[in-house]
Ligand binder design. Structure first.
Ligand code: 2AM
Ligand code: CA
Ligand code: CA
Ligand code: CA
Length: 259
């Protein structure tokens, strides 16, 4: 995809998520239909499903040949990464959406033949839209972001999912003793934003392709490392344990996590 095509794609993606965000804010106090998926903490609401349907309809009308992988099942059954592929997470942080009405995001990542092109993350309630890609740079609304945190692991705040910390997975208790403190937000998208803004040096969690796709594009554009926790490259077709970290801290974190 050349630069003008990528710039147009980013513009369209920003528009789609901004409209979806306005719709969610408009309905934020409506009664919700809440269902559980894989466990009692894995929720989906009518607004997750409706937002995904709206986003996918918008994508299909403008990019009819693209493949779309959506969390809530209204996309395609994607089994290869050929061509233009969109990864859609209509509400990231559904538990926060239900319990807090805050700290949730809408995310879309666009890849061509598996290569990151454009990522868009909207902090819905704050109306802060992060977007960008390797050909575009990274922006918060219209303001460029040029780099993440330069702190060491010892001086930086570390984002983690609560189960990984509670069950001491990947020596997370040792990581806790080594870093400046751990933070648990409950939305991969909002965690990515903390890294893009330089407020945290890492995020460690079990994530699906739609959880990592958008943020990966922007984090890598800013020189951060996004890999499986064992250091292997991400597989955008399956879930796994993922480490997102600033360049100065990634190796030190993996040395402890895998030690
Ligand atoms: P979600 O809200 O879109 O499901 C914290 O739960 C973070 O991990 C959220 O970004 C959440 O995304 C994601 N996540 C991934 N797999 C999950 C699961 N099985 N249950 C709950 N959250 C999950
Ligand atoms: Ca979910
Ligand atoms: Ca998610
Ligand atoms: Ca979701």
């Amino acid at each position: 995809m050349d630069k003008p095509e990528t710039a147009l794609l980013a513009l369209r993606m920003r528009d789609w998520v901004a409209q979806a965000g306005a719709h969610i804010r408009h309905h934020i106090h409506d009664p919700l239909q809440i269902q559980t998926k894989s466990s009692r903490t894995d929720l989906v609401t009518n607004l997750d499903k409706q937002t995904e349907r709206n986003l996918i309809a918008a994508i299909r009308s403008e990019y009819p040949d693209a493949q779309i992988m959506g969390e809530e099942g209204s996309g395609d059954h994607v089994t290869d990464l050929r061509g233009l592929v969109f990864f859609v997470d209509p509400i990231d942080g559904t538990m926060n959406f239900v319990k807090q009405k805050y700290n949730f995001a809408i995310m879309i990542g666009a890849y061509v033949d598996g290569t990151p092109q454009v990522g868009v993350i909207l902090n819905v309630m704050r109306q802060e839209l992060y977007w960008g890609g390797p050909q575009l740079g990274v922006y918060k609304n219209e303001t460029p972001i040029t780099h993440g945190s330069e702190l060491t692991l010892a001086d930086g705040l570390f984002g983690i999912n609560s189960a990984m910390l509670a069950y001491d997975r990947y020596h997370s208790h040792q990581l806790f003793k080594t870093c400046a403190g751990m933070r648990i937000i409950g939305s991969a998208g909002i965690e990515y934003i903390q890294l893009l803004e330089g407020r945290q040096i890492a995020y460690m969690s079990h994530l699906a392709p739609w959880d990592v796709a958008a943020g990966r594009v922007m984090a890598e554009t800013l020189g951060m490392s996004v890999t499986r926790l064992d250091g292997h490259p991400l597989d955008m077709l399956s879930s796994g344990d993922v480490l997102i970290a600033t360049a100065p801290t990634a190796d030190a974190i993996r040395a402890i996590a895998l030690g």
